[in-house]
Design a protein around this ligand. Structure first.
Ligand SMILES: *Cc1c(COP(=O)(O)O)cnc(C)c1O
Length: 218
């Protein structure tokens, strides 16, 4: 199967209002160029160095999304061009993004990554800590970031009931904290190659699909 036909197949199943992020991490620029030719404009990457290199060698109208764990000392490299950072998991990182955005005269869109999976290893805010942070009002002081919604990953399991329950919890957290933000808080980023149809049933507005478009990563 080609990247183009994979993209067409996925698009045919996405309801209106669900945005597709093509996760191109570990895949070469040629594969991204093929997806671009097929009309895809939003790409997700998980490592800063790779993201910067691909941004430099591909068309300027691509919207780059950072989806992987982000260290504060790497924010400066992506601040001038990044469209959306999905993986904001601490107040320290958010403050750093705010500073770097201000430095470039930009407002950077961010999602709050929430830990809903059972695995200890998955990153993101613990729900209680996120509630506390949002309630503190500290985010309102950060004028160069805009919180657009939440992002999360379900437990890695074949058990569809567990995956569904993780997504439902994430959707509920988004609804709960939504009143603390303005109307631009409208993104629920959840769902990957193996679970995006379930995520959509649970209200996802943005799916992050990699291997189902580009094949397996080496
Ligand atoms: C790699 C990755 C994806 C895409 O995973 P696939 O299973 O290849 O679709 C989505 N979200 C995040 C955060 C990722 O790191």
């Amino acid at each position: 199967m080609s990247v183009t036909s994979n993209l067409q197949d996925i698009r045919a199943t996405l309801p209106e209002g669900v945005t597709l992020v093509a996760v191109s991490k570990f895949h070469p620029v040629e594969a991204i160029a093929e997806a671009y030719e097929a009309g895809q404009r939003i790409f997700g990457e998980s490592r800063v160095q790779e993201l910067v290199a691909k941004h430099q060698s591909l068309p300027a109208d691509i919207e780059w999304h950072m989806i992987g764990h982000l260290q504060t000392n790497k924010v400066r490299a992506i601040a001038p061009f990044i469209s959306l950072i999905h993986s904001v998991d601490s107040s320290r990182l958010l403050e750093c993004i705010n500073r770097e955005a201000e430095r470039c005269g930009r407002v950077i869109d961010c999602l709050l990554e929430v830990h809903v999976a059972s695995e200890q290893t998955k990153s993101g805010w613990a729900v209680d800590e996120l509630r506390e942070y949002v309630a503190s009002g500290a985010i309102g002081e950060l004028k160069s970031i805009r919180i657009r919604g939440v992002m999360g990953m379900a437990t890695f399991t074949e058990d569809v009931a567990v995956v569904r329950s993780d997504f439902e919890r994430l959707a509920a957290i988004k609804r709960e904290i939504e009143p603390m933000f303005d109307s631009s808080f409208d993104i629920l980023s959840m769902g990957m190659s193996d679970d995006y149809p379930i995520a959509i049933q649970c209200g996802s507005t943005m799916v992050r699909v990699g291997s189902r478009i580009f094949g397996h990563r080496t």
